[in-house]
Ligand binder design. Structure first.
Ligand SMILES: [Zn+2]
Ligand SMILES: [Zn+2]
Length: 346
């Protein structure tokens, strides 16, 4: 895998390569040469072809070496440039992007929500060293006993064994040598009413801390998702729910009560057919936010008939049927059409 020599000037190509190299090694723009070497060392432990039997390990290790060399050269150039310039740069941590599920109540009413943030913290077992002391001295796994490691084209003293080739340090089992562990931090977030799934809340200063430890942290971008609810769904800003309703209320009209996160609503139904229908209450969905208008509350009514008739109900059904026949088939046009086609004239 031949790679061109790194350019001596900051060409566009070089800047792209710097960004790629940082991504590969997991370091940010503020990383010191020591931090770059440390990151490379940790990755090399995982990817050195002598340690990793995967077929792609060799090529990946070579990419890591090239990236490390490039960043060390860039850092050396930046240091020279800093000496020549009085311009001070303040570092800022990376922004952080995360999804978070909110209840429908938060979306409609706003309020405080607890968000779990996974953070990379110093390993508590090895205090971030990546290694713990072993009882006996053993061949240094990092340099295979040579006391030196190659980074790019240069040989460096092995930091794991201080160049001795033997070490009493073994890779930490808690962090597998990375020096980092994942902690969960709970963050109380104030949710404004009217956020929708896909919206992003930006929390200033809740992103990653700067690698150098100085400067301000990045921002946290929380992408909103709706936690599934057994009754409510969202269609855009509209709040949708289904409700069973007596077929007699659909037929004769009446009042139907439905809930919403903001409280109860009463639907006044006019007499109509006993079929499923949607009833809409404007403005009772997700509230307006910014330029976005408030949504509707859409109630999908499903007719239900009594399943356990009592003698009194049966008597009423007969009376009802007699009345329907008396006023004629206008009230049952499907039956009239069917009987005209299939019964009359037979
Ligand atoms: Zn060593
Ligand atoms: Zn550890």
């Amino acid at each position: 895998m031949a790679r061109g020599r790194i350019g001596r000037s900051h060409t566009g190509d070089s800047l792209v390569r710097t960004a790629e190299a940082r991504k590969l090694l997991g370091v940010d723009a503020a990383a010191t040469p020591e931090a770059i070497k440390k990151a490379f060392r940790h990755l090399a432990m995982l990817w050195h072809p002598d340690r990793n039997p995967a077929p792609e390990a060799g090529e990946f290790f070579a990419r890591l070496s090239t990236a490390c060399e490039h960043l060390l050269e860039s850092a050396a150039r930046a240091t020279a440039a800093a000496h020549a310039s009085t311009r001070k740069t303040t570092s800022r941590g990376e922004d952080r992007h995360q999804d978070t599920e909110l209840d429908i109540e938060h979306i409609c009413l706003g309020g405080q929500a607890e968000v779990a943030l996974k953070t990379s913290a110093e390993c508590t077992v090895c205090s971030g060293e990546g290694f713990i002391a072993s009882t006996s001295s053993q061949l240094c796994p990092h340099c295979q006993g040579s006391g030196r490691v190659r980074i790019g084209r240069e040989l460096f003293r092995c930091e794991d064994c201080d160049g001795r080739g033997y070490t009493r340090r073994v890779r930490c089992p808690n962090c597998n040598g990375s020096g980092k562990q994942i902690d969960t931090r709970m963050l109380a977030v104030t949710v404004p009413p009217g956020v929708l799934p896909g919206d992003e809340l930006r929390l200033l200063g809740e992103g990653f801390a700067p690698e150098s430890g100085k400067g301000r942290p990045g921002d946290l971008h929380l992408r909103i998702k709706l936690r599934p609810h057994p009754l409510y769904t969202l269609e855009g800003s509209d709040l949708v729910l289904e409700r069973p309703v007596s077929a007699f209320v659909l037929l004769g009209g009446g009042t139907v009560t439905v809930p919403s996160p903001g409280g109860l609503h009463h639907l006044e139904l006019k007499p109509g057919p006993a079929v499923a229908r949607e009833q809409v209450i404007a403005g009772a969905g997700v509230p307006a936010r910014g330029t976005r208008a408030a949504g509707k509350l859409r109630v999908r009514l499903t007719p239900v008939l009594p399943s356990a008739p009592t003698p009194a109900l049966i008597e009423l059904y007969h009376a009802l049927q007699t009345e329907v026949e008396r006023v004629g088939h206008n009230s049952l046009p499907e039956i009239a059409a069917w009987e005209k086609r299939w019964l009359l004239g037979k």
